[in-house]
Design a protein around this ligand. Structure first.
Ligand code: CA
Length: 190
């Protein structure tokens, strides 16, 4: 009975973690930009596409190419519902070649779609040439008071290529449930 209860708890945690990512198609495994919008100010030297030739986990990812000292281009999610004054975690894996500047913009609206705040997160400085290695990135953030909807936007520019993969926004309690599950599995293995 006790083991059954534990298994039920694990199944519950796995269900929570599987549903936890608030970003639709954050892994780009549809093979296209479904769930995202993109904006390239200079169509001749900038592009945002989904490709699988340079892959992190043998699946498609987003490729942002830029060759201009002009405006930066943007890859944003459709707006999704969030809780006010709540801790979340933003996670992604990226790869960079050339001289790329990039950041992530979080934008918040209330239930009536009035803007209630934004946050800029530095990702890359164009002062450093990319080595073409996949790099995990994680950042905790807290939604402002009144936030009911939000958007995650990758902003990049410069002279190079940025690949983005497995972009996730998860509520912190789900992350903690996942860590608890890991600890539980470790304990059982001993
Ligand atoms: Ca993928």
């Amino acid at each position: 009975m006790k083991r059954g209860l534990v298994l039920m708890m694990i199944a519950g945690m796995l269900t929570v973690s599987a549903q936890a990512n608030l970003i639709s198609n954050g892994d780009f495994n549809t093979g296209d930009l479904t769930g995202w919008w993109s904006y390239s100010p200079d169509a001749e030297t900038q592009s945002i596409t989904v490709q699988a030739e340079v892959a992190y986990d043998a699946t498609p990812n987003a490729m942002l190419v830029s060759a201009t000292d002009g405006d930066w281009q943007e890859l944003g999610t459709s707006a999704f519902a969030c809780q006010s004054q709540t801790d979340y975690s933003l996670n992604l894996v990226y790869n960079q070649t050339g001289w790329v500047g990039a950041g992530i913009n979080l934008k918040y609206w209330d239930a009536e779609w009035a803007e209630v705040g934004y946050e800029w997160i530095d990702l890359l400085s164009s002062a450093t040439e990319g080595a073409g290695e996949w790099t995990p990135f994680s950042k905790a953030f807290t939604t402002p008071e009144g936030a009911a909807n939000m958007e995650v936007k990758i902003v990049m520019g410069g002279w190079g290529t940025l690949y983005a993969e497995n972009i996730r926004v998860v509520p912190e309690p789900a992350s903690m449930a996942l860590m608890a599950l890991g600890a539980l599995l470790l304990r059982r293995r001993k």
